[in-house]
Design a protein. Structure first.
Length: 312
């Protein structure tokens, strides 16, 4: 049995994960992100203890932890995450090992989720996996032979910040035209708001669901789309086309055996996977890119817990 810990700015989620990747118990506790390092670690310790109490006799082989970055996965050190100001150069893995006497590993959530998909999820049977998570941002992970590719310093696989339009919308990272700035949940909402501003009548369903043009979010676009709304479908088709350009570049760079998409927006965009697969040959020079499966991730809301457990 392994423990997976998923740390966010407001909560710490914990789970017990068995050897097949099944989450047999999960819980969450509040995270004290603005106190001192000890207070932050006390929250993590509380979550781990809750998981241990759920099955007192279980043999725990390791504790994996997803933490916001930047971090050093090799050393297990959390460096200076903006939404966890309590930790600066904090040796999280070493502290967990000292407290609980089992090995611990730390990595970011996209890398960890990619590993979970590779060994337990949609990537079973594939050697090299590219994973993308679509949500408030876009994160990615690269798995070669069941191992995370970290790059020279641990900062590889920031695929959400690949630019596909140097004159495009400015991303939060400072670059222009990153796929995160064009196809994340907030980008879908912004595209729908722009469309509704131009033609309120055409977008009446989305406006009705949201209450106003300014309040339209990706979930309203999805709800309208599922009800057959044409304007919502157009917004999502454009999003799918942007993802196609991006994934064509990924194929030309990596030629993975499989592409797996997860995250909160993945369920919505999975309706367009066939469209992306059909159009990808136009955006890749690889003559066999059409052979690469595009799959929805097995793990959704619990990807952080499963991914953390996969680290150990």
């Amino acid at each position: 049995m392994k423990i997976g810990i998923d740390i966010g700015g407001t909560k710490v989620a914990a789970g017990l994960v068995d050897e097949r990747g099944e989450i047999v118990f999960k819980t969450r506790v509040p995270m004290t992100a603005t106190g001192d390092a000890a207070a932050g670690f006390a929250c993590v310790r509380s979550a781990i203890e809750a998981a241990l109490c759920a099955q007192p006799g279980a043999a725990i082989s390791g504790i994996g932890i997803c933490s916001p970055g930047p971090l050093d996965p090799e050393a297990g050190v959390v460096l200076n995450p903006p939404n966890l100001p309590c930790w600066r150069d904090f040796p999280l893995a070493a502290e967990v090992e000292r407290a609980f006497g089992v090995k611990a590993r730390v990595d970011n959530d996209a890398n960890a989720a990619a590993l979970a998909e590779a060994i337990w999820g949609a990537g079973i049977g594939y050697r090299n996996v590219f994973y993308g998570t679509l949500g408030t941002g876009i994160g990615t992970g690269i798995i070669f032979d069941r191992a995370i590719y970290h790059g020279r310093t641990g900062s590889a696989a920031e695929g959400g910040h690949m630019s596909i339009d140097y004159r495009g919308a400015k991303c939060g990272c400072g670059k222009r035209g990153c796929i995160e700035a064009l196809a994340s949940g907030p980008a879908i909402a912004a595209r729908a708001q722009d469309k509704a501003s131009e033609s309120a009548a055409e977008c009446a369903r989305m406006i009705e669901l949201a209450g106003s043009v300014e309040a339209i979010r990706a979930e309203h676009v999805g709800e309208a789309f599922r009800a057959g709304d044409v304007a919502a479908a157009e917004v999502l088709c454009e999003t799918a086309d942007l993802l196609t350009v991006w994934l064509g570049n990924v194929v030309d760079l990596l030629e993975p055996d499989v592409i797996i998409i997860g995250g909160g927006v993945a369920e919505l965009m999975s309706a367009f996977f066939d469209r992306i697969a059909r159009q990808m040959p136009q955006w890749s020079i690889n003559p066999r890119c059409g052979e690469i499966p595009l799959l929805k991730a097995k793990y959704s809301a619990d990807a952080g817990i499963a991914g953390a457990a996969a680290l150990v």
